[in-house]
Ligand binder design. Structure first.
Ligand code: SF4
Length: 616
């Protein structure tokens, strides 16, 4: 029998279309919570059997969280997890939209997808029923078209996750689009770590979910009360108004003023055209805003574009604007929107694609690459060159065979010193914050469990708060705390921005969890579960790639190239002090001097199987 607040898991073998559905058990529910906890748990179960990320033995997990689909208004988020084709270690990516809500309302909290379909197919979930349909006619289409066709076929009221050409071609950083044509709800991407390529390798073009049921909550009255207090805090937040107006785009002005905006492949930290692409520029052109499911802070702002004969509209946000905008020298929101649209439609992660383009541009700037190598000239801010690079990458044609590998492998192929400005950690490109004058943010990137990604620990605000040149113990503590609390939202299946940007009390999430499941927990109990998941993903990285201190290292640029201008002019990271900080981080985590969780630590966290796999 299902336990309160939880539904069922569906295991789908695409090779023979075998499907088995079972109730979520207490261990899975209470020890791993949901969302990212479950993606990590299920990938770990298979970790020894996976031949490589694009082999049918890889397992793709799609997991909602226990707070999604209820009337606790904190958005609905869904986690995709698998062995990553981009990094070779565990990868996951979190997406908003309507998918988690629909999954929960269908009674299926989690899909465990194995094998490879002999023909292009999609998975259909409706109110507890799961089927696999063959759909060769969808192969070769981009995401917006796949979404439109499936929405027509299934009467619109569904959530759709789909891949474009890049996923089919197994580009290492292919993403998954969710809900392209739902005008009312946010269109999102599970962008990072190449989950779209895993879908493509399984011949899986889409997942369609319909769910019209209610999530059975243990104590509805208590949940109503928590939800009311939660909403009150949101509506009374001093940042509510600006957040509704600009969403994450308000970060452009903030990062530029803080001298942390990525500009020209992280060479500079301030952008001369920042006011052309910031939240105020957005407010002048935006058409409308839309939220994820069950969210009262619609933060996706949709803008129009009409470039190179293509007309359309797309939601813009900070990371894309930083990485494919200021980082490549684009000077208008319209151009950024267009590049964003191309990436989404082909199904490419905009953070990685932006980093790859900026890297190629710097190679041109330094004479390492020429027109002869690429087939055309690639100058800063050239939207035509950017568009061509995106298209070639998605199709893996010409120079796109190399760019499809991501910055790490691309720089290894090009050589000639380009590795020193290839901006990645563990093969995942650094997202949109320059951290040479922000040691806590630098530590966050270096130690992030999937490679450099800001969403695990956005510590740069702490650097600014306590002094951006210090390498103190407090910063190590802060990074560890953020690495537990921020992924916790991904486990619960909700949006972290209510806590980050609107300052709501995080204890309310624990109260909501208790009301939904009937299992009394505190925030600390939940943080302990998040720490457990952090250690589990670290163990997987060690098992797969023998990850150690030298992998928790930042690109040479961070230590060798000082910031060229502004109030932080001349600043670069001190390698010696950074390594001291890293060693302190390991000690505080209960890891050894190479960053291996000790046997005692794993057992203390209840990870006996992980301890056995690591230590025998
Ligand atoms: Fe989605 Fe933005 Fe709402 Fe978060 S705040 S749930 S990202 S619309």
């Amino acid at each position: 029998m299902a336990i309160p607040g939880y539904g069922r898991t569906a295991e789908i073998d695409l090779t023979d279309k075998k499907i088995s559905i079972r109730d979520v058990d207490e261990y899975l529910a209470y020890e791993f919570i949901g969302g990212r906890g479950w993606t990590a748990y299920f990938v770990f179960k298979e970790i020894d059997k996976i031949v490589d990320a694009l082999h049918p033995s890889n397992v793709l997990i799609v997991a909602a969280g226990p707070l999604a689909g209820t009337y606790f208004s904190s958005g609905g988020k869904t986690e995709f997890g698998a062995l990553s084709p981009q990094t070779g270690i565990y990868g996951d990516s979190n997406v908003g939209g309507y998918l988690g809500y629909r999954l929960r309302r269908s009674g299926i909290d989690c899909l465990i997808i194995r094998g490879r379909s002999p023909t292009p197919s999609y998975i259909y979930v409706e109110d507890g029923r799961v089927e696999v349909f063959e759909a060769p006619e969808l192969w070769g289409l981009n995401s917006s078209e796949v979404d439109r066709k499936l929405r027509e076929k299934h009467d619109g009221e569904c959530s759709i996750a789909s891949i474009g050409l890049a996923g089919e071609k197994q580009v290492s950083f292919a993403c998954i689009n969710v809900d392209w044509n739902l005008r009312k709800y946010r269109h999102g991407q599970a962008g990072r770590t190449g989950m779209g390529a895993v879908m493509g390798s399984k011949n899986l073009k889409a997942i369609v979910v319909k769910g019209s049921g209610e999530v059975k909550v243990a104590d509805p009255e208590r949940l109503r009360d928590v939800a009311k207090r939660f909403q009150k805090q949101v509506l009374e937040s001093p940042t509510y108004d600006i957040w509704r107006r600009q969403g994450t785009m308000l970060t452009v002005e903030w990062a530029n003023n803080a001298e942390a905006l990525p500009v020209y492949n992280f060479q500079k930290t301030r952008y001369e055209y920042a006011d052309k692409i910031d939240g105020y520029a957005l407010e002048k052109v935006k058409l409308y805003s839309r939220p994820c499911s069950n969210c009262i802070v619609p933060c996706e702002h949709v803008v129009p574009f009409n470039i190179r004969g293509e007309k359309g509209e797309i939601g813009v946000e900070y990371e894309t604007t930083g990485m494919i905008g200021s980082n490549t020298g684009l000077k208008s929101l319209e151009e950024i929107a267009y590049a964003n649209y191309l990436c989404d439609n082909y199904g490419l992660d905009t953070i990685t694609m932006g980093s790859v383009i900026a890297f190629v541009m710097e190679c041109f700037q330094k004479g390492i690459l020429t027109e002869e190598d690429v087939g055309f000239n690639v100058e800063w801010g050239d939207i035509n060159a950017i568009s061509k690079l995106i298209e070639l990458t998605a199709k893996r044609e010409g120079f796109g065979e190399l760019t499809a590998l991501g910055v790490k492998k691309l720089s290894e192929r090009i050589g000639r010193g380009s590795e020193r400005f290839a901006m990645h950690v563990k093969g995942l490109e650094i997202s949109a914050y320059d951290h040479r004058a922000a040691p806590a943010m630098a530590l966050s990137y270096a130690t992030c469990d999937i490679g450099a990604h800001h969403n695990r620990s956005w510590a740069i605000t702490y650097d600014l708060q306590v002094g951006r040149y210090s390498y103190g113990e407090d910063k190590v503590d802060r990074v560890i705390y953020l690495q537990h609390i921020r992924p916790l939202f991904d486990m619960l299946g909700v949006c972290r921005l209510y806590w980050v940007e609107l300052g709501v009390d995080p204890n309310l999430y624990a109260e909501a969890y208790s009301a939904i499941t009937g299992k009394e927990v505190t925030l600390n109990d939940l943080l302990r579960r998040s720490e457990k998941v952090w250690n589990l993903t670290r163990v997987m990285a060690i098992l797969r790639k023998k990850i150690s201190m030298e992998d928790d290292m930042l690109p040479p640029r961070d230590f060798e190239d000082p910031v060229p201008e502004g109030s932080t002019k001349g600043v670069k990271l001190s390698k010696e002090r950074f390594i001291e900080m890293l060693k302190m981080y390991y000690r505080k985590r209960g890891w050894d001097d190479q960053g291996r969780p000790t046997k005692e630590k794993l057992i203390e966290l209840g990870l006996e199987e992980a301890a056995r796999k690591l230590y025998g």
